[in-house]
Design a protein around this ligand. Sequence first.
Ligand SMILES: *[C@@H]1O[C@H](CO)[C@@H](O)[C@H](O)[C@H]1NC(C)=O
Ligand SMILES: *[C@@H]1O[C@H](CO)[C@@H](O)[C@H](O)[C@H]1NC(C)=O
Ligand SMILES: *[C@@H]1O[C@H](CO)[C@@H](O)[C@H](O)[C@H]1NC(C)=O
Ligand SMILES: *[C@@H]1O[C@H](CO)[C@@H](O)[C@H](O)[C@H]1NC(C)=O
Ligand SMILES: *[C@@H]1O[C@H](CO)[C@@H](O)[C@H](O)[C@H]1NC(C)=O
Ligand SMILES: *[C@@H]1O[C@H](CO)[C@@H](O)[C@H](O)[C@H]1NC(C)=O
Length: 457
Amino acid sequence: MAAEMLVNMLSKSEHRKHSKHSLLVLLRTVGSSLIVFVCMYLLYTANQQTLTYPVGLNPSVVTDLKRRKVLHYGHDNTSLIQRSALPRYQYFVSSLSDNPASKFYSVWNEEATIRKSPNNRTIIVAWNSTPKWPPKKPCPSMPGCVFTKDQRQVANADALLFRGIHGFPLVYNRTYFPTVRHGHQYWIYMPYECPHLTRDVDLASYGGVFNWTFTYRNDSDILATWGHVTQIYQELAENPPDPNRDYSKGKTKLVLWYVSNCYKHLSRFPYAAELRKHIQVDIFGGCGNSSHCEKKDKQCVIEHTRQYKFYLAFENFKCVEYITEKFWDNSLRNDFVPIVLGAPKGDYERFAPPNSFIHVDDFESPEELANYLKYLDQNDEEYNQYFAWKTRPPNTLPASWDGRYCEVCKKLLQASPTERKVYTDLDRWWRGGKYELCEPMIYDGSYKHPRNAVHFH
Ligand SMILES: *[C@@H]1O[C@H](CO)[C@@H](O)[C@H](O)[C@H]1NC(C)=O
Ligand SMILES: *[C@@H]1O[C@H](CO)[C@@H](O)[C@H](O)[C@H]1NC(C)=O
Ligand SMILES: *[C@@H]1O[C@H](CO)[C@@H](O)[C@H](O)[C@H]1NC(C)=O
Ligand SMILES: *[C@@H]1O[C@H](CO)[C@@H](O)[C@H](O)[C@H]1NC(C)=O
Ligand SMILES: *[C@@H]1O[C@H](CO)[C@@H](O)[C@H](O)[C@H]1NC(C)=O
Ligand SMILES: *[C@@H]1O[C@H](CO)[C@@H](O)[C@H](O)[C@H]1NC(C)=O
């Protein structure tokens, strides 16, 4: 139809100059080519539109992606998005090597480059900073290491830090990144959280973008855990506890849980609900009783919590090595025994002080755990064994630890001036070849809707 009309239109304006017959033949050919071209273009743009979003999400999630609310909505059943093919980083490097060690990244050498940072400082630009990130003084012990939110400093920067959540492009988008990329600069990917919380980002489109990873996993280029044994023992050395202290003394209550993310899909909720059937668990925060303390009244909180023997340090997600401040700050820096659910036990054993926690995987059921806690409640000596580590630091500790941001500074100072590295398959590195690095889960809607939340009262 369109072609016929086009041919007629053209032939009307042109037929004065040429013989009508040969013109029609010519234009019919041009016309049908045009149709094919238009169809292909439409198909192409339709495809482009689909591929703008991670492939494999259901349409309701795609709608929500536009509103950037995917963390609270969605029904993706794989728990993590599918690996898409398009679009790609402009210098996309595919990881074709058969060497398993280089499955996720390439390493090579180039001529040494002289850093440009003035006054011998290390400059790190937090590219997608927010009012709260990075923190005000990320690494006070190394004043020559400067973190800045000023994107204009990028020409002088030794490294650029990209926080991989909240506003990070869901698919690689070159206009979001600096226009000029200096060969000596490290672009550092900092997902900040675990793969579940970055699941709306199509990392397959980021192959060849980032030089280093900065995460809680031990195979990251820079370790970004929420805490570190060396730091914990340093604090204890400054303020040594009495080795004969009885930690059960003055404790009249059993299990405490502070919890405010009430997403129903988190596996800790069914566990806690079952546990409560067998032992008293007092729950405070958004998902339980509101605390009787004002938010800023630290003394009140201390007095309230010190009555408890056990603390549920249940992570939101079960991912390899994912151990957050729930363990490091809320538990080890207080005088209760943390009961942990999250990463496998072996991960806690590698990261944490010996015998400093109770792992739920050691028990057949929540009921068995409850029985064990009741047993400890009756046996002070056994209970105190969980605090023995505080006065028995190991002979060898890993090097000093001043927090994750200092690790960035240290790594930059140690970096070889010739070695280059880039992640060719960030997606598989971060999520695992078969998404095996986190327990899959089904997200079932906004927790803000009462139907989708868990509240204990
Ligand atoms: C999730 O996927 C599995 C296997 O594909 C299917 O059996 C199940 O019904 C799905 N569940 C939901 C809630 O979509
Ligand atoms: C710059 O810092 C490095 C390492 O801290 C030091 O070895 C070097 O002497 C310094 N150079 C200047 C010009 O201050
Ligand atoms: C790409 O990033 C730029 C700059 O942040 C933004 O303005 C633009 O809308 C993004 N494009 C897409 C397709 O997301
Ligand atoms: C790193 O983690 C993996 C599994 O999570 C573990 O097998 C390995 O021993 C760890 N390596 C170190 C040095 O902690
Ligand atoms: C909330 O407080 C009441 C009264 O102290 C108590 O009976 C109840 O068990 C508490 N609920 C939770 C979830 O801790
Ligand atoms: C980072 O990766 C980019 C892209 O492959 C590369 O050009 C650059 O030299 C790398 N930088 C370093 C310090 O490895």
